[in-house]
Design a protein around this ligand. Structure first.
Ligand code: SF4
Length: 85
């Protein structure tokens, strides 16, 4: 409980998904972004799901109020990779 009497652990939270790929690396870019000739989408999606399940196992099930996508260039991510399970 915080000083206001609210239990922050019972509240929702946001999930950040980092898509680290770009078509080109901008010279000024300091982000964790990479140019890949090909992306193994099945492998990437499996890793994302495994990571989310691992965090869920650590924290317990909690409602996610929002999901953020960053990168990289997340607009390059295939629509199927953003689908909820
Ligand atoms: S993350 Fe943005 S700024 Fe960085 S290389 Fe990709 S497109 Fe350029």
């Amino acid at each position: 409980m915080d000083a206001g009497g609210q239990d922050w652990r019972a509240g929702g939270f946001g999930v950040y998904v980092h898509w680290p790929f770009c078509l080109a690396k901008c010279p000024y870019c300091d982000f964790n972004s990479h140019v890949a000739r090909e992306v193994d989408h099945d492998r990437w999606r499996a890793a994302l799901v495994a990571e989310m399940e691992a965090v869920r196992d650590l924290t317990g099930p909690r409602p996610a109020g929002s999901m953020f996508f960053g990168g990289g260039t997340p607009s390059l991510m295939p629509a199927g990779d953003r689908r909820a399970r």
